[in-house]
Design a protein around this ligand. Structure first.
Ligand code: ZN
Ligand code: ZN
Length: 63
């Protein structure tokens, strides 16, 4: 997590409906559920799951 993150202001969480706003009633928005910020991709889990990142980056192809 980036304590100086301009998106979540270091909270590590953003509004589910507004991913560019910190999940805070004063700093941002809490109209939706909390979602992990880009700087907090692990969702609070200490060990990042690399396999999920690889799956996300894989382009979806259907023949
Ligand atoms: Zn952030
Ligand atoms: Zn919101």
């Amino acid at each position: 997590m980036n304590p100086n993150c301009p998106i979540c202001r270091g909270i590590g969480w953003v509004c589910e409906n507004h991913p560019e706003k910190p999940w805070d009633p004063e700093l941002g928005c809490i109209c939706g559920a909390g979602a992990p910020c880009k700087c907090n991709a692990t969702g609070g889990v200490d060990e990042p799951d690399v396999s999920q990142v690889i799956v996300d980056d894989e382009p979806k192809r259907r023949h």
